[in-house]
Design a protein around this ligand. Structure first.
Ligand code: RTP
Ligand code: MG
Length: 143
């Protein structure tokens, strides 16, 4: 398995729930390293651009409302098979369908407010990391 990087967001519901540390522990305990991170309160323009792929979907406006409703934590996770590994740690989009022990099963209530985002493939991971971070903001481990 190759070492990959993926873009992760702890969404406003989970930041409001004071869950940043618990969610970071899930990443670290399951083999992902945090190599960049920043807290942001997204503008409507930023959230709309980030989720532009969903622009025609019926939930788009609510998604932008939600993602701008409070601060988020944005991070780059690195590790073996990081993109898929993070998706497994997150659980299914709908918390009601998420496997026990996943972030969404344990910390989220609804499909609209589901605690975390994670890139869904290598191309989106690259685009999403570049959306939030300059290359010199990534801090790979040196020890
Ligand atoms: P994400 O992009 O946030 O990691 O989530 P995902 O891949 O699991 O789900 P995706 O299909 O990309 O949808 C993006 C986000 O839009 C909201 N959503 N609401 N009401 C609905 O049916 C619905 N479907 C999706 C969720 O916040 C989802 O994470
Ligand atoms: Mg997605």
């Amino acid at each position: 398995m190759a070492v990959e990087r993926t873009l992760s967001i702890i969404k406003p519901d989970a930041v409001a729930g004071n869950l940043i540390g618990k969610i970071y522990s899930r990443f670290e305990d399951q083999g992902l390293r945090i190599v960049a991170a920043k807290m942001m309160h997204l503008s409507r323009e930023q959230a709309g651009a980030f989720y532009a792929v969903h622009r025609e979907r019926p939930f788009y406006n609510e998604l932008v409302d939600f993602m701008t409703s409070g601060p988020v934590m944005v991070q780059v996770l690195e590790g073996e098979d990081a993109i898929n590994r993070n998706r497994v740690i997150m659980g299914a989009t709908n918390p009601g369908e998420a496997a026990p022990g996943t972030i969404r099963a344990d910390f989220a209530e609804t499909v609209d407010e589901n605690a975390v985002h994670g890139s869904d493939g290598p191309e989106t991971a690259k685009t999403e990391i570049e959306f939030f971070f300059k290359s010199d903001e990534l801090c790979p481990r040196t020890r």
